[in-house]
Design a binder for this molecule. Structure first.
Ligand SMILES: Nc1nc2c(ncn2[C@@H]2O[C@H](COP(=O)(O)OP(=O)(O)O)[C@@H](O)[C@H]2O)c(=O)[nH]1
Ligand SMILES: [Mg+2]
Length: 316
């Protein structure tokens, strides 16, 4: 496949094309991915998460430029659905990332549709493609809500969680969950009142998890709209990356991540295979008949189906 060679040779156009094919669930694209996979695993993958409007896109733009200025080849993946504007485009963030684009940083928005396998799966594929393209620093913007924050963890070496000084009770809960996954915590909008209080507040919650893996989660203040505090943040991200490469911490993290990713892919694909086989099978049809006629209930039927499936489809 020419596309694979072109990507390995550094063609951003081919990379963009393949990402689109993955987004569309094109099976051939997955074949290309498997050829690219051996060329991945070394890039520093940085996730930026946090509530909508916290300043993630603004900050990601600055981070991308800073890393590029430090000689890194940078890829940016935005998965935040709130970044979609009325026209279905990604205009707002693109405008804010103008500086980054000027330095030829590869930016990809993945927020404009629902993906067959979920945003995290598409983002993971995009990250692999960008790495095969030669990017050594990949920044992923993701909205911190529900499952996606955990998905982000399973994709990233360094997770940055972003907060702002203005929050209510609702955000408190979100904060607890987000703090859990963050390697670096940033309180953005330092120009707003209450910024220092927010830092103090968050440090109380994060103290509970501090030092658990030899890394004390730092809490930094930034003003992303003016780029203030970005240099310090970049240094901290680099420090975290260096700390990961010590004592095989990264390989432990990668092992956990690989397992989680494999399970997530498998869960989806396995269910497709099983359900297709199941609905055609006599045991399933019998179960349906028995429930309809009142001979059995759905709960017992599920139990019996699972037993019969295990007997018939034993894994070797
Ligand atoms: N006052 C202030 N506004 C900011 C700061 N950082 C970003 N913003 C603004 O906050 C709004 C939301 O930013 P955006 O990056 O789109 O947030 P996202 O939804 O988390 O990606 C934009 O209008 C930004 O210009 C900051 O440090 N201070
Ligand atoms: Mg955004």
């Amino acid at each position: 496949m020419g596309l694979v060679e072109d990507i390995l040779a550094g063609s951003e156009r081919s990379a963009a094309k393949l990402i689109t094919r993955v987004e569309n669930g094109d099976l051939e694209a997955y074949g290309a991915l498997s050829l690219l996979f051996p060329h991945t695993g070394k890039a520093h993958i940085v996730g930026v998460t946090g509530p909508a409007g916290a300043g993630k896109s603004t900050l990601v733009g600055h981070l991308a430029v800073s890393f590029a200025e430090r000689g890194k080849k940078v890829g940016v993946i935005a998965t935040d659905p709130t970044s979609i504007d009325g026209k279905g485009a990604f205009l707002g963030d693109r405008v804010r990332m103008k500086g980054a684009e000027k330095r030829n940083i590869f930016i990809r928005s993945m927020a404009h549709r629902t993906y067959p396998g979920g945003t995290a799966k598409a983002a993971a594929a995009a990250a692999y493609i960008m790495e095969a393209l030669g990017k050594d620093c990949i920044i992923i913007e993701s909205i911190g809500a529900g499952q996606s924050e955990k998905d982000l963890f399973f994709l990233c070496d360094t997770v940055i969680t972003l907060f702002t000084p203005d929050y209510g009770d609702e955000i408190q809960l979100l904060k607890a969950g987000l703090i859990e996954i963050g390697d670096v915590i940033v309180v953005n909008k330092s120009d707003k009142p209450g910024a220092d209080d927010a830092v103090r507040d968050i440090s109380v919650i994060s103290a509970l998890k501090a030092g658990s893996n030899g890394w004390n989660v730092p809490i930094l203040l930034t003003r992303a709209d003016r780029g203030e505090g970005v240099d310090g943040l970049v240094r901290t991200i680099e420090e975290h990356w260096q700390s990961l490469s010590k004592k095989e911490k990264r390989s432990t993290r990668k092992k956990l991540q690989t397992e989680a990713f494999l399970m997530a892919l498998l869960k989806e694909e396995a269910w497709k295979v099983i359900s297709a086989r199941l609905v055609e099978s006599p045991i399933f049809k019998k179960a349906l008949r028995d429930i309809r006629s009142g001979k059995t209930d759905p709960y017992s039927a599920v139990e019996r189906l699972l037993t019969e499936m295990e007997e018939q489809w034993t894994l070797r």
